[in-house]
Design a protein around this ligand. Structure first.
Ligand code: UDP
Length: 374
């Protein structure tokens, strides 16, 4: 059979692209090497609890068109991400806001907090921050940096904060209000019934073949394809010919606790001190306020401890490490990819970019519309 597109990877990028193509009357076949669709936003039910199998995913965007688009595939709840941070025997609210500052310094007003941060900042030479450490010191001063940023970031990225790009920390709001919302975006929520359901809906009318690795599939298939959309690692596609790009990988240790109703009182708790080996614990039931899809109380709880590590052959890649060296190397692959006539690269791995879900949707929609010449 002939298909207009072969989509490699059944994650969010591939699903949005497939859906747009189907609406335009084009045919796609999608393959994925995993045993399930939805890539890293895959959720699976345990006693009615949607378990985020590849780490917490909270949908947030300020783009109304993207919010309306995703809501077309399922309902979202009104979850607002308000993680906690544990540092030794202390516990703080995130992101950095008046609740954090008042607890750290026993103060009440924004003026008091600003004064402390300003005085800490003046002791550092950080007017033009060149790396994450300097950026963080400039934003919140030494105390917050030492307790809530330094070790967490170094655990997550496996390198010192002064060797990391500053944009990573700019993802986090700093507020002088008592507001624990982790995101500044206008719209936020978790899909009722889980992300997998949303992706299933996007793939309606598109054939998806699971447990299919790209190269072995290409060797055996008798189907033909107009073009390929590749959402895997771009350096792997080109056999690492210029060298390997760096990725961070994650390891998840899940614990099913049928006897425990409420383990930590919050969906996400970050462990910001280096003596704890994991970066965070997710308690999945709190993403849906302890309820299952029908609105009944979920029984027991499921928690996941998340460990960060350097990606090696055989691991799942999660985060591109977008420092200068890797970005320069990616640029070489990107130039090469332009010569690959009928192959398009998309998604976090194909584009080597730390993209949130809303940005992935935006990129996939614009690619589809470019292909369709809208
Ligand atoms: N961060 C931090 N302390 C925290 C949470 C986040 O310093 O408790 C910083 C850290 O530099 C991290 C970045 O914010 O790399 C993004 O973290 P987040 O956990 O939001 O990233 P995600 O994995 O959810 O995309």
């Amino acid at each position: 059979m002939h298909y207009d597109y072969l989509i490699v990877g059944a994650g969010l990028f591939g699903a949005v692209f497939a859906n747009e193509m189907k609406k335009a009357g084009k045919t796609c076949l999608c393959i994925d090497k995993r045993r399930h669709i939805a890539g890293n936003i895959y959720t699976e039910k345990i006693r009615g609890i949607d378990v985020h199998r590849y780490g917490a995913h909270i949908f947030h965007t300020s783009d109304k068109k993207i919010w309306d688009y995703i809501n077309g595939f399922g309902e979202f709840n009104n979850y607002v991400n308000s993680p906690m941070a544990v540092y030794g025997d202390e516990i703080y609210n995130l992101p950095f806001n008046m609740n954090t500052f008042s607890k750290m310094w026993n103060i009440k007003t924004p003026e008091e907090a600003k004064k402390i941060i300003e005085s800490q900042k003046s002791k550092e030479n950080v007017e033009n921050p060149k790396n994450l450490e300097e950026q963080a010191l400039k934003l919140v001063g030494r105390d917050v940096y030492e307790k809530l940023i330094k070790d967490y970031t170094e655990k997550q990225w496996g390198r010192p904060c002064n060797a990391l790009p500053s944009f990573i920390i700019k993802r986090l709001p700093v507020r002088f209000t008592y507001d624990n919302n982790y995101f500044n975006d206008r719209y936020q929520g978790i899909p009722v019934g889980g992300y997998t359901k949303i992706i299933e809906k996007m793939f309606e009318g598109t054939k998806v073949c699971l447990n299919e690795e790209f190269r072995s599939f290409m060797k055996k298939t008798t189907d033909t394809f107009g073009k390929i959309l590749y959402t895997g690692m771009i350096d792997e596609y080109f056999d690492h010919r210029f060298g390997s790009l760096e990725y961070r990988s994650l390891e998840f240790k899940e614990e099913d606790l049928p006897e425990v109703q409420n383990y930590q009182g919050c969906a996400v708790v970050n462990y910001t001190k280096s003596d704890v080996p994991y970066t965070r614990i997710i308690e999945h039931k709190h993403f849906t306020f302890g309820k299952d899809e029908e609105g009944n109380d979920a029984e027991g709880t499921v928690i996941t401890k998340e460990y960060s590590k350097q990606w090696q052959e055989g691991d799942e890649p999660y985060y591109p490490v977008n420092n200068e060296e890797n970005n320069a190397l990616y640029e070489k692959y990107r130039e090469l990819s332009e010569k690959e006539k009928n192959v398009i690269f998309g998604g976090r791995l194909g584009m080597y970019k730390y993209l949130d879900m809303d940005k992935i949707i935006g990129e996939a929609l614009s690619l589809a519309h470019k292909e369709l010449q809208y």
